[in-house]
Design a protein around this ligand. Sequence first.
Ligand code: ADP
Ligand code: MG
Length: 333
Amino acid sequence: MAPEEPLVLGIESTAHTFGVGLATPSRILASVDYSYQPRAGGIHPREAAEHHSRVAGRALAEALAEAGVGVGDVDAVAVALGPGMGPCLRVGATLARYLAVRYSKPLVPVNHAVAHIEVARLTTGFRDPLVVYIAGGNTIITTFVEGRYRVFGETLDMPLGNCLDTFAREVGLGFPGTPRVEELAARGGRLLDLPYVVKGQDLQFSGLLTRALRLVREGERLEDVCYSLVETAYSMLVEVAERALALTGKREVTLTGGVARSRILCEKLERMAALHGAAFKPVEPRYAGDNGGMIAYTGALAYSAGVTIEVERSRVRPLWRLDQVDVPWRAGA
Ligand SMILES: Nc1ncnc2c1ncn2[C@@H]1O[C@H](COP(=O)(O)OP(=O)(O)O)[C@@H](O)[C@H]1O
Ligand SMILES: [Mg+2]
């Protein structure tokens, strides 16, 4: 670590994961992450928030120990203020405000989606990629243009990861759904007709989900339905990403978010990028899902560019959009 580099503590609590990380603007020193597992059904916001409150102290202590520092040693405290579930966000925000006040540290607001992008840039070494951000809660094609991450396509209804997770849950495959659906898809081979819904640059997955579930009820082989679901959903995504790449002329493509661990989606994006002479690399798997390290790292970039927020103004922002965030640390890029 260069001596002049700020050290930032970061807190993630937007959805199922509570994480604490420590980072500088050039690397992540620690990331300790605990995930809530729903007993049945999807994430219950209040139960997830209770989980976060239970593990918060432990995650904080373990992250500090991993980095070999105390709270007094950090230069700022960063927190993901959104987007996410209100009750979950408030746990992270409350801890961050407490630490900022108790230790007299500046507070740094971080947008969770921006953090998924920045950790992908860090771990791929890409400077200016087209970013495909796919998670349980998000489906966004984005890239940096004139000071912000602009959206070049997104879902109009449910996120792709949520579509696969819900399908998996309904047919009894358990959570997380995406890898389990992909395992079965590898044993399928018959492409069934599913709604392929691309509207301009935007996507819709709920019709696909409804139809796939109906095909299972009607007795189609589960392997074939999984295969068709994955092929259809990923092809929709790659189509939109390809147009965004052609339009923006970027030379690099990355995949970030929980679904970045998908081998099938990586292969499809890599082939598409190669057709345009662009390089493809996904985020490092350990930082694909939600984690405190990426919040600390993005907080360190933001803090270095002068971004802070007063505690009184640090309300959580459940609907905070990616393209509302100024990205001054990339100014001049
Ligand atoms: N090995 C894997 N391969 C593909 N997708 C995965 C894998 N493991 C988890 N996922 C998916 O990642 C998504 C969760 O992403 P994450 O970024 O952690 O959460 P969130 O969407 O809440 O921010 C879920 O949709 C899950 O199915
Ligand atoms: Mg996420």
